[in-house]
Design a protein around this ligand. Sequence first.
Ligand SMILES: NC(=O)c1ccc[n+]([C@@H]2O[C@H](COP(=O)([O-])OP(=O)(O)OC[C@H]3O[C@@H](n4cnc5c(N)ncnc54)[C@H](O)[C@@H]3O)[C@@H](O)[C@H]2O)c1
Length: 334
Amino acid sequence: MKVLVTGGAGYIGSTTAKALEEAGHTPVILDSLLTGPRVFVRDRIFYEGDIADRDLLARVFSEHPDIECTIHMAARIIVPESVELPYEYYRDNVAKSLELFDQLVKLGKPRVLFSSSASLYAMVEDFEVDESSPLDPGSPYARTKRVMEMALTDMAAATDLRAIILRYFNPIGSDPDLESGIYVKEPTHVLGKLVMAAQGQNDAFTITGTDLPTRDGTGIRDYIHVWDLAQAHVAAVESFDKVLEAVQAPSTIINVGTGSGVTVRELVASFERVFGKEVPLREAPPRPGDAVGAFANVDKARDVLGWTANLSIDDGIASALAWGRKRKEILGYD
Ligand SMILES: NC(=O)c1ccc[n+]([C@@H]2O[C@H](COP(=O)([O-])OP(=O)(O)OC[C@H]3O[C@@H](n4cnc5c(N)ncnc54)[C@H](O)[C@@H]3O)[C@@H](O)[C@H]2O)c1
């Protein structure tokens, strides 16, 4: 099967492209290289351009009329930047996605898999959230994702568009062959910061928030290996129509996580075990906007998508460390 992957030069998109290939499918990449590195495209079929460029989309589908599904991952994704640049975030994540979806309907290519985020969820008492749990998107970035979920649901109800919306939890690690991974120079996510502290690039790892209402006072997340996340996309494109038949709706939302909550202190303990050394720690109050967190109820992913995560948190940490050692060779910077 041929699959269009927007944002296929990015971290998750390039890993998903590889998982599609390994499952016997052909990814077609559309990416503006706004952030994704050219090298992650490798030798795949590639269109460099914008998701809102309708002429380009028409060309992609006329040159590849056998594309059966679009995985829409292209987006701006940095939460603090979204607070500074709300216009750019709403323009790129919302307005441009609408152009893409409308053009897909017009081109008669209605199957869309959309990358949404667990950052939409409100805090619940036991931290386990299913797809109908309350939402409280806490940043402009998260709100762009929620707006697109609503737009997709409404468009699917009114047009031929069909949508599977995947709410990703917290991806970590690299693809198994270390060909792509986190490429930002200054990691803002917790595992990247742990790697930097462990390698001496920062003097310590700061736990932000130690008095939260979790079992040890630190934030809780559901860390999913990016390779498992990529496999969820393979499952979704392969069973796209069956998934929507099973839920008897033109669109649906599915959590993609491991089903286990891990606190920051537990993550640090796992990291030290895998790394084999202690990491210097510091404690600080939560940063503004930091969420206490959530982990996924994964019943729907198992029952409807037929997918569950296989890799452990230790696998994800080992993979992130291995990518950290390898990435200069691929990216040209540490
Ligand atoms: N990384 C995470 O922790 C996480 C968590 C939940 C959801 N998501 C979602 O998953 C998707 C992929 O995330 P990622 O971590 O791989 O991000 P990424 O930044 O590595 O990839 C996004 C890609 O989209 C491209 N892009 C951006 N705007 C574009 C446009 N207008 N036209 C064409 N290409 C454009 C960028 O160049 C980049 O290659 C995003 O939609 C993100 O919101 C990511």
